[in-house]
Design a protein. Sequence first.
Length: 276
Amino acid sequence: MSRADEIYRQTCIDILENGFSDEGLEVRPHWADGTPAHTIKKFGVVNRYNLAEEFPIMTLRRTYWKSAVDELLWIWQKKSNRICDLGSHVWDEWAGEDGTIGKAYGYQLGIKHQYKEGMFDQVDRVIFDLKNNPASRRIMTNIYNFEDLHEMNLYPCAYSMTFNVTGNKLNAILNQRSQDMLTANNWNVVQYAVLTHMMAQIAGLEVGEFVHVIADCHIYDRHIPAVKAMLEKEGFDAPTFKMNESITDFYAFTKDSFKMENYQFHPFDFEIPMAI
């Protein structure tokens, strides 16, 4: 069983056994049939992954990691809010008539800000500091821009990354306000673990820890049977993660720059309803 499987299992069991149910309360999300989408949740979940030991992808069911990486590059490389720039259709339901998701995610990372060294967007500033000021405790991004929330079709869930260099290792913290454990947990973990690998490589560093901080970590009521079925399975060993080691330019990475060797996973026979 991979370490990601172990952490996923522990988190889900804790939610199911000790979490708070909002059934009976008024909630914003709903199912396609109009029924309120209730959750069981835990507050303030912190999961730690040692990227130097293994890559944190789960095997209890398949994570479509190439699509996850494609979305990551859409946000962090292309800094786009246009769904036509994305290879998958995961954002289609959030697109407006203009074909964008509003001033959310990649749009925010692409806004340039004034620094004493000149104008940088958030991504380029991270790269600059990792290469020129790695001892800094200010290497971070934040896309939860209150001024633009009214023009976002969806408020950012994973909203802030903090990078910290310790010795020759790059550590990172992802802050997330809300996490749907069935549909998106390992998807997000894979994305930002890959991002940490990318940033480490271009800065000439080794990967260290990836820490995932989740404010509201929940399982939707209609997802509980699928989660329980997954928890009954025995996972496989983690695959071997490889990336093109010749790349030193952050913007030269593509989704084909990465490989997941010997990735085994269990079949998943459930249709996953989406809360909206």
